[in-house]
Design a protein around this ligand. Sequence first.
Ligand SMILES: [Fe+2]
Ligand SMILES: [Fe+2]
Length: 309
Amino acid sequence: MKTHSADESLRQPILDTLADSWMQRAAVRKEILEYDEAFDSARPDFPEHLVPFRDHPLYSGGTSAMRHQVLAGMWAWYNEKTIAIEEQIVNPGCRTLLYEGLAGLSDLTIKRALCETVVDEDYHILMCLETCGVSRKRRHIEKLVFDEPVLTRLRRDRLEETDLEWERNIISVAYMTIAELTINAYLKLLSSEETIQPLHRVTTAIHLRDESSHSRMFREILKSVYRRMAPLEQRSYIQELRRAYRSFTTAEWAPWATVLAFVGFLPDQIAALEVHSRSFPPSILRRDLISVVGFAEEIGVRPAAILGE
Ligand SMILES: [Fe+2]
Ligand SMILES: [Fe+2]
């Protein structure tokens, strides 16, 4: 059994700083947003340069109302996928670290940092729900319904493949690791977009501030957990990180097709737009590789073992 002092000896000063500064820095503690008032209907909800069929005449030759609805639909999708990640991947991963008795986690500062993270993520869920709720209402797309993101389905499928408790814990922590180490790239992209709704830029910038702290914190906590794993657990964790990374970067056409059908495109038109989109780099999959590479090097693993060759 690990002792309290052994955990403390592995704790980096940065964890104390991040946990202690939460009351002053966390969005849930300091940001008060007036969601509906900040909406500017002349601006798109989502960057048009990220639409993979933006130069196809079926889209570019359509009305501006239709294009605004498509962009608002993708903003809703992005936020609802983010909610699914927070709710079904990050918070369950935090609970695995908090309550499943993994070595290296009995220290009070680490527990406090994890509880603070869960509160942050719940606030992000609320913020995403509010901001895409405004777009849904203003663009008249309240009835648009998406299927479950492929990512959360793949994680659930993977969990169902094993009854071993230790392996299920590793899968849960691995998906959370990739979520928390790679979320920043897309938040950076959206928070620096001058063309979109100011509200959307602000909410992604607020989310990014919290996630920058999470990323640093999790690198420290997970290093401590990894060092204390048995060799079999370490091998399994790296394999699951690789699986999780593949899940996070699996391209999805379905949400685009859902939005296009909702705004009135016919199946053959949607098929033509899909074919056209295949030559477009999937920016929506943009993830933060630098953090993963840094983390891999810190735990003594080749980055390719996680990212693929
Ligand atoms: Fe978050
Ligand atoms: Fe986070």
